[in-house]
Design a protein around this ligand. Sequence first.
Ligand code: NAD
Length: 276
Amino acid sequence: MHLQSTKRLENGVEMPLFGLGVYKMTDRDETISAITKALQVGYRAIDTASLYFNEIEVGEAIRHSNVPREEIFVTTKVWNTDQGYDNTLRAFEASLKKLAMEYVDLYLTHWPVADKFVDTYRAIERLYDEKLIRVPGVSNHHSHHLEQIFTKANTAPAVNQVEMHPYLSQQDLRAFCAEHNIAVTAWSPLGRGGVLTDDTIQALAVKHGKTPAQIVLRWHLQHGIIVIPKSVKSHRIEENAQIFDFELSAQDMLTLDALNQNKRFGKDPDNFTFDI
Ligand code: NAD
């Protein structure tokens, strides 16, 4: 496994296991310099969303890098207030225009808005059939949401992006996704920084001569999970990528698994006001 390793998705597309999340990057120069730095370090995936209001900067940073577009895996998402079949098609067009790209690699339903998420996904399927996206996917979907989609879709989502970190290990959902060949991406893989002061994680960091963030990101990868840690700080963008030169033992993995508390730093998809 190395920084540019990929996971082969259900439809054969190779998705990088590691990428940069750009949530809350709203300052134009900061966003462009974080993405530029990440691409220089060797990151090959960028995770954005229309909600993040930085698709223009994502497109610009990629165009001005010396990495060809087709070597970078770009994810964006349709926001809650844009859901439903026709609205999703329109929202996608707006995202594509802001990114100034001809296609998006992965397009996700951001949250499963009640009564709309199935139609939203059907629109994503159409974009896939029209080859405007390479991979159809969803985010924040529980297994019961996915089951509803299965009854209507011809092509199942290939990716489900959900909150996951050692305090929310998502064991059941991961098993469900594995059974249905759906790759899992962890959002807030570091628990927004909230798991990094954990004593057990810090002790493992000392043991391996690594930082707590590196321990946590490695735990995800060894579980076969795709990670998209966010940082605008140059040294952290580098640090987060330096996780391919050590390995957690089976016992270390169990120790980290045991930290699960089903604790969310974000919202629960079953208990969320979707209009914000
Ligand atoms: P994260 O777990 O990646 O944590 C980011 C924060 O952790 C940073 O702001 C910084 O404060 C800290 N940090 C980062 N690297 C560190 C290091 N090496 N040492 C110490 N602290 C460090 O949280 P996130 O930004 O919420 O999630 C990552 C990405 O996931 C987002 O940028 C976004 O792309 C995606 N996301 C998706 C959803 C969704 O609903 N689909 C929701 C939230 C985030």
